[in-house]
Write a protein that binds this ligand. Structure first.
Ligand SMILES: Cc1ncc(COP(=O)(O)O)c(C=O)c1O
Length: 454
């Protein structure tokens, strides 16, 4: 029966158990602090913030008059270019009829999860949205544990154990979601590991959803390999324009299905969901995407230039943390770091900090450092991990992003680029230094120095 006082009644199916994410809680607090005029160093915000390439902006402008609904699968011309792009960039042979264009890879992932039966196998840690998306479509999630001492690497043994655990409970673990370069750790799979993983997945008949949205944001340490090269019959590859061209707000993603009959069926299922939900991806954006995927030398150079800058900034932050004795896996791609503070468990406990959420709140309250707790990514709270993003500091506004790009073009030497043009990144590192010092200086019964930042 409807409650008189509540105009809206919510469907518990799917929504029950979903809570406001830690990301939202931190962001709201940061906004509050900003509104009070307080300086906050935002390492929680993961968005590539380089300017829109002028040629792409012009392409969008020119196609503003495109106002008709497009096919749910996406424009054929765009799909053809996406196919060529994947072939040339990732040596992945793709047929345009196995590609679907969607309003961001996130929406496509949701549609895929809705379309596919079976439980999800999710490496720990994983991007914040995978688990809630599974929840929304009533899909059971089986977390695959990992260890900070092993840089949170996914192992076949841990995957197998997670499958067996699910099967003992009569579950059907059938879908593995992988993400390389990884959000939140920045790690990338090697070709050897993918080969091994492919053999395991083939043996077990697993469907792999391979989120490769950061595939072109690499640091030059490891090469990106597409899982579909090793397991073409069972892998769906996800990508889009959000990261390597900083076009998150334009909402254009792609999903590439296997070339077999099963892939054709899956494409049909996702296209059906698309046609009954978002209909089609925004027309002018699709027309502009022809340039983004079209192999234009200026655009190609811009993609690589932005990746180099992300690499310099992210690795600078990583080096800075390492010099403070903070354990953190070396990033290979994307713009994230996943340090842990378990080394200071005792002095932290003396401060009343026993979970990563408390740690993130302490850093925000006392040091004005905004970070995200690792538990938002599925890490156990007592591991005391944080997810840091290098993408926002010193690129807070469009003008500042343009200035960072101009500074790099004027002098790409990483040393001086970071020293002279990254005051906020350096200040954030300084504050981490103070925090670590306060933990080091604190004996189990000692006092932590009071710090007040204005
Ligand atoms: C790992 C990962 N996958 C997917 C997305 C979403 O990408 P899109 O803008 O294509 O929906 C993000 C964005 O933060 C991400 O970090």
């Amino acid at each position: 029966m409807a409650h008189k006082h509540f105009p809206f009644r919510f469907s518990p199916a799917g929504l029950r158990g979903l809570e406001a994410s830690a990301t939202l809680v931190i962001n709201e607090k940061v906004n509050e602090m900003w509104a009070q005029g307080k300086e906050v160093y935002h390492l929680g915000f993961g968005e590539s913030r380089f300017p829109v390439h002028p040629k792409i902006a012009e392409a969008l402008r020119q196609h503003a008059y495109q106002h008709s609904y497009l096919p749910s699968q996406g424009l054929l011309e765009v799909r053809e270019l996406v196919a060529e792009f994947y072939e040339s960039r990732f040596r992945l042979p793709v047929s345009p009829d196995r590609i679907i264009i969607g309003p961001g890879s996130k929406a496509l992932l949701h549609a895929l999860m809705q379309a596919l039966d079976g439980e999800l196998l999710l490496p720990t840690p994983s991007w914040v949205s995978y688990q809630p998306q599974a929840h929304l479509v009533h899909k059971e999630v089986n977390w695959i544990p990992s260890s900070p001492a092993q840089d949170f690497a996914l192992t076949i043994e841990a995957l197998q154990e997670a499958m067996e655990r699910s099967e003992r409970a009569w579950g059907n673990p059938e879908i593995l979601l992988i993400n390389s370069p990884n959000n939140p750790t920045g790690r990338m799979f090697t070709a050897e590991f993918l080969q091994e993983l492919a053999e395991f997945c083939r043996e077990e008949g697993l469907t792999v959803l391979s989120d490769e949205i950061y595939g072109l944001v690499t640091h030059g340490v490891r090469k990106h390999y597409a899982m579909a090269r090793y397991y073409p019959e069972g892998t769906v590859t996800l990508g889009g324009l959000s990261k390597h061209l900083s076009l998150g707000g334009w909402r254009l993603g792609v999903a590439i299905m296997p070339g077999n009959r099963a892939g054709a069926q899956l494409l049909k299922a996702v296209r059906t969901i698309a046609s009954e939900t978002w209909s089609a991806t925004t027309a002018p954006v699709q027309y502009a995407a022809k340039l983004a995927y079209g192999g234009d030398p200026d655009i190609e150079a811009y993609i690589d230039e932005c990746a180099r800058i992300h690499a310099i900034r992210t690795r600078y932050l990583w080096q800075g943390l390492r010099e403070l004795g903070i354990r953190c896996p070396e990033p290979h791609g994307a713009f994230y770091l996943f340090p842990d503070f378990a080394r200071w468990r005792e002095p932290l406990a003396a401060l009343g900090i026993r979970t990563d959420q408390q740690l993130a709140m302490h850093l925000l309250d006392v040091y004005r450092l905004a970070t995200l707790p690792g538990s938002a990514f599925g890490a156990p709270p007592e591991q005391l991990t944080l997810r840091l993003s290098s993408s926002y500091l010193d690129m807070e506004t469009y003008e500042r992003s343009e200035a960072v790009l101009a500074a790099y073009r004027a002098n790409p030497d990483p040393e001086s680029f970071m020293r002279e043009h990254h005051p906020n990144m350096n200040e954030a590192l300084y504050r981490f230094r103070l925090f670590v010092q306060s933990l080091e200086e604190r004996s189990p019964n000692g006092k932590v120095p009071e710090l007040v930042f204005e």
